[in-house]
Structures are given as C-alpha cells and as structure tokens.
Design a protein around this ligand. Structure first.
Ligand code: FAD
Length: 502
C-alpha cells in the first residue's frame, strides 16, 4: 500500500487563526507532521479580536494551557457575557450571559415558569434569576463549577485579551512544539497543472515553500483560497449590513467589568472590552448609513477613558467563502469568512474548524468526500451563527434611524423567522444539535430584544401557585448565597493572574 499520509503542512498567516491552527495541529497531529508557518511582519495582523466565548476554554485544554498564566500573559480579564444597550429599544439594556437563568424543573425550561409567574402578576425580570447577571453587575468573578451541591450550574466564563499578546503567546507554544516559522511575504502561488492543487508558495526573497496541505490564514484577502484558487465569497451584507469598523484603545477605568458592552448607535454599535492595561473600543457601522468621520466622532465621544492611540479603520464584508476547503487548501479565520464581531464568534470558529479539520484529516489523495463533509459541517455552523446575529438587528422596536428601519424591515432567512415564530407562539425553541448557541442564549436574546411569547408551556401548570412562588424564591436565595463570598473581579485577577507589565 502506498503511504499517502500528509507530511508537510504549510500555514500562510500568523494572526490568531494561523497560530491557533499551528499550536493545535502540532499538539494533536505531530510528530508525524512538519508544520511551517509563513507570516509577514510588514503586512501585520488585523489587530482586533479580543473578546471570546466559553468554548475557548476547550481550546486551552487541548493546548494544555495554565489558565492563570494565559490570562497573565495576554493581560486578560474574565467575561461572563455581553451587555446589549439600546438594541431592542433606546434606553434599555440586557445581558446575554453565558449561563442559564434559573434552574430547569421536571424537564421544562426555566423560562416557562418565569413566563407563568409574569402572567400571574410578577414583575420580576428573567435576569432576576440569573447568577451571572448578579455577579456581573456586582463586578464579581470567581471559579465556580456548581452552586453548592445543587443542580444549579456555576459560572461559565470566557476571556477578554490583548489580540497581539495572544498571537505571541500561541506562537511561543507552537514554536516550542516544533512549528517552523518563516518570515516573509508570499508573492506567488504555484499550482500543479494536472490537478489544480497548490504545489508551493514563493516569498519575496525568492524562497519557495512546498507542501502537501496548505492552510490559508492570510486574513480578509484569502491569498490562497480566493486569489490563487478562485473560490468565491457569499455576501451576507443584506442581512448583516455593517461593513466598517473603527477601533481604538482607551485608558482603563478603575472598575474592571467582567463583561463586554455592545452599545447600539444610529448606524451600528460600539464595543467595549476591558483588559488589565487598557480598554478596547470599536465602532462597527454600515457606510450606507453614516460615514467614517461621523462614525469616528461617535466612537470617541462614547469612550470612558482617554484614547491611547489613533483610531484604526477596518473594512469587511459579512459572509463566507463558497467553500472553506478546496483541493489541498483549507481556509481558516478571516480568510474563510466574517460574521461581524457582535457575539465574539470568530475566534471560536477558528478553533472549531481546526478541530473539524483534525477529525477529518485527509491523506494526499484528498478524497472529495472528506472535503464535502467538511464544507457541509462548516457551512451549517456559519448559517446557525448568522441567524443568531441577525436576530439582534432584526427584532427591534427601533425606528429612529434609517439603519434601524432597514434592519427591522429586512427579509430574514426562513430558518430564523421560523425560530422567532415558534418562540412567540409559546416560548418554544427548536434546538439544532450543531448550534453553537444553546437554548438559554436564544431565550435571553429573544426576550432581551423584546420578543414576548404569547403563552408558556402547559407543563409549567403542574405545580401550584404557592409552589411556583416557593421555587422562584429558592432560586433567588441560591443565587444570593452563591454570590455572597464571590471575589471582586479585579481582586481575583490581582490574586491569581495579574500581568507584571502594567
Ligand atoms: C472589527 C473587528 C472586530 C473583531 N472582534 C472580534 C472579537 O471580539 N472576538 C472574536 O472572536 N473575533 C473578533 N474579530 C475577528 C478576529 O479579529 C479574527 O477572527 C482573528 O483575529 C483572526 O484573524 P486572522 O488570523 O484570520 O487574520 P489576520 O490577523 O489578518 O492575520 C493574517 C496574517 O496573514 C499574514 N499575511 C497576509 N498576507 C500575507 C502574505 N502575502 N504573505 C505572508 N503573510 C501574509 C499577515 O501578516 C498576518 O500574519 C474581529 C474582527 C474585526 C474586523
């Protein structure tokens, strides 16, 4: 039997995507592979991408990271969710937390009991039963798997970190594990005439690098997947219209919030990401509804600390590659698509796609069945996240600007309108097993954006009104008890993972 195993993998790009791919693949597939990563300091990285979701802890586990060291090295902070301001309604806010509100009872989701209590006159919000909400607004953080010995889960968390330091940290790990880094700019890509597969890339200094499998992590340009192989891009900007961003750092504030803020403006929204040494900010907007000057002004007038540098403009088109894997090339990160940063899903997509690539790792035969399966899985994953993002824009009562009127009235994918109709009809949810976002996320965002179910599930009536009140009170007592001794977020960082480089 001929040995068809892949020996040489070439990664183009040393941003978050390139270094995650290098660090994870070397850990999971080496020593059978030689991995070479080419990056160009002259081109640099996109330099944003500083908020994550809890799934990143799985990647950290795969990489064998010590979490405190990782937070220290990246000057990171902890994240319990995202606060959405002015999205459903100007002046209103809600927190999309990483945890469940309440506790499910007798196989029925908690929100049905809460909806019943509202129908019986309670004015408590869903978040009055959320541990994450209470901890976040008290600026607390601690590691808690479970609340005492109850069935209530503890704090699910992610991180905010400095994107540049994160890439450097991953680079150190990957290089220590044997990844070879080559500095240089790719100026040419050679294809095999008989198959159209990539044979090698040529750098500006004339060096040629050949490989069996090429991973395109070259950012928005898609140097291999797009420029060399001609794979097209599906434009989703009719659903996710923002196409520009201005990013700027600002001096950090005394209060270290354990959550990201996403504040809606007239033609987009602004992020606020707290790090140990600075706050990251950015205004994401659509240039059909405002211009760069006004967008920059909006950003700068809404900072809560003095800017630490010049605002940096970025352009993008929301959407995805027609194919993520084509011939002997797999694209990751921004080269494979971008769904805008509202729910911090891009870094997750990198890690999730690397893990799919490892699971479906090909041989040099590059059987199309493997490529097809990978493309099917990744397309579906993108579409599920896309729908969740569109929900934030579309389910709004805002009609105060042309941008919001467009979002409110746009035609959304059938897959999303079916979900919204089901929830409105009776608080019901359809869970796709491959959806990154769990029921609890859909409920929080649908309720937070103002989508009110007309009814709740009949099973919530199995308990008496007194039992319902007792149950809801118990949930709140548990939350109070769980947060009593929870440390302050900054105190926790100072004790465990404070960066030496303040
Ligand atoms: C405004 C904005 C906000 C974002 N916020 C978040 C967030 O909060 N959370 C999140 O998860 N994600 C976020 N993202 C996405 C996140 O930034 C990216 O997913 C992540 O940084 C990965 O980028 P990348 O590695 O694909 O590309 P890049 O960082 O652009 O890296 C590309 C690499 O390719 C190299 N390269 C390019 N051309 C060549 C060449 N010819 N020769 C050699 N090397 C080359 C470059 O030098 C660089 O090393 C955001 C993105 C944007 C635009």
């Amino acid at each position: 039997m001929t040995d068809l195993h892949i020996e040489n993998v070439v990664i183009i790009g040393g941003g978050t995507a390139g270094w995650i791919a290098a660090a994870a693949m070397t850990r999971l597939l080496s020593p059978s592979l030689n991995i070479t990563l080419v990056e160009s300091e002259a081109i640099g990285t996109v330099g944003v991408g500083e908020a994550t979701i809890p799934q990143i802890r799985r990647l950290n586990g795969v990489l064998g990271l010590n979490e405190d060291e990782f937070v220290r090295e990246t000057r990171g902070t902890f994240k319990l969710g995202i606060e959405f301001n002015n999205w459903g309604h100007v002046g209103e806010r809600y927190l999309h937390t990483f945890g469940d509100a309440g506790i499910n009872l007798a196989n029925l989701h908690f929100h049905h009991y809460w909806l019943r209590s509202r129908s019986e006159g309670s004015d408590a919000s869903l978040w009055d039963y959320s541990l994450h909400h209470k901890a976040a607004y008290a600026h607390q953080f601690g590691r808690m798997e479970r609340v005492g010995n109850t069935s209530m889960t503890g704090l699910a968390y992610a991180f905010h970190f400095d994107a540049g330091l994160y890439a450097q940290y991953l680079r150190r790990l990957a290089e220590a594990a044997g990844v070879a880094r080559v500095e240089g700019k790719v100026v040419d890509v050679s294809l095999r005439p008989e198959t159209g597969h990539i044979e090698s890339v040529t750098l500006e200094n004339g060096q040629s690098i050949a490989g069996d499998l090429f991973i395109d992590c070259s950012g928005f340009r898609g140097l291999l997947i797009g420029d060399a192989l001609g794979v097209g891009y599906q434009d989703w900007s009719h659903w996710l219209p923002c196409n520009r961003a201005i990013a700027v750092g600002s001096e950090s504030t005394d209060l270290l919030l354990p959550y990201t803020k996403a504040t809606a403006h007239d033609a987009g929204w602004q992020w606020r990401i707290p790090l140990q040494h600075r706050t990251g900010n950015g205004h994401v907007f659509c240039d059909a509804f405002t211009d760069e000057t006004r967008a920059t002004e909006t950003l700068l007038t809404n900072l809560d600390g003095a800017p630490t540098g010049d605002p940096k403009p970025l352009r993008f088109t929301t959407g995805r590659r027609e194919k993520f894997w084509h011939k002997n090339c797999v694209s990751l990160g921004l080269a494979s698509g971008f769904l805008e940063p509202l729910e911090s899903t891009s870094i997750h997509l990198i890690q999730s796609n690397v893990s799919k690539l490892v699971e479906l790792f090909p041989t040099r035969a590059f059987d199309p069945a493997i490529e097809d399966e990978y493309n099917r899985q990744v397309s579906h994953e993108y579409e599920l996240i896309r729908d969740f993002l569109i929900l934030h824009y579309h389910r709004t009562d805002r009609e105060d600007s042309e941008f919001w009127r467009y979002c409110k009235n746009m035609q959304v994918p059938e897959s999303l309108s079916a979900k919204m109709d089901l929830f409105e009809a009776g608080g019901l949810l359809y869970k796709d097993p491959e959806d990154l976002f769990r029921e609890s996320s859909w409920v929080q965002v649908m309720i937070g954006q103002g989508l009110q179910p007309k009814s709740y599930h009949a099973m919530a009536n199995r308990i008496s009104s007194e039992q319902l009140t007792g149950f809801l009170t118990d949930v709140q007592r548990l939350i109070d008890r769980a947060t009593t001794d929870l440390p302050d977020h900054r105190a926790f960082i100072d004790a465990h993972c404070k960066s030496d480089l303040q």
